[in-house]
Design a protein around this ligand. Structure first.
Ligand code: ROI
Length: 193
């Protein structure tokens, strides 16, 4: 059902050790503007370059029908697993800066976007902050989130213990397609395989 064998897991890159308390964090990436495949690949590489952060794994890239207005291009989606010593809000600030760097365009509510970087899960934490809710409030309703996340971590669960593999079947009417697999080079950069 999902391509577990394709997910790339990597050892910590040399010279990038995290001494402070750190958390495993899942990031959802999505784009449907300005060469979406390249946007998502650049986004994953930018995550790998964040301070106090290691890229641990990436899913394949998936193409998905838009959730929201249907008169917009399909999306490219992926999920990355990082280990970070940043706090949730410091990470949110860093992700929003990366979105701006990508020339973030958001044409309308639930419409086209250049690059979206969403914190899906932050360790086992539940976060209710005016700027940030974790787990991501819509993640369990979206196949384009669940399928790549389960490719990376087939046993992933919510802080309340619910296995994500249990909620995936409710989303299977949504259309997504395997788009391409990524290869990680020795420096920790990804490129299409
Ligand atoms: N639909 C798909 N398929 N993928 C996305 O990443 C995505 N992101 C969004 C909205 C507009 C809700 N729809 C999406 O933000």
């Amino acid at each position: 059902m999902f391509a577990t064998a394709n997910a790339h897991h990597r050892a910590a890159p040399a010279g990038k050790s995290l001494t402070m308390q750190s958390h495993n964090v899942y990031i959802g990436l999505g784009s449907n503007l300005d060469n979406p495949t390249q946007q998502v690949i650049d986004g994953i590489n930018a995550l790998a370059a964040l301070r106090e952060t290691q890229l641990l794994a990436t899913s394949s890239l998936y193409a998905s029908a838009p959730i929201g207005p249907q008169d917009q291009p399909p999306f490219i989606n992926a999920v990355a697993l990082i280990k970070t010593a940043l706090t949730p809000i410091a990470l949110l600030d860093a992700l929003q800066a990366l979105e701006q760097d990508a020339g973030r365009v958001r044409k309308r509510h639930w419409g086209e976007r250049t690059l979206d970087l969403d914190i899906l899960l932050f360790g086992e934490q539940t976060i209710e902050h005016p700027r940030l809710k974790v787990p991501h409030p819509f993640m369990c309703e979206r196949r384009f989130v669940l399928e790549p996340l389960l490719e990376v971590s087939p046993h992933a669960h919510l802080p309340n213990g619910t296995a994500l593999s249990q909620v995936l079947p409710e989303t299977l009417t949504q259309e997504i397609w395997h788009h391409c697999t990524l290869a990680l080079d020795s420096l920790g950069s990804v490129a299409p395989q």
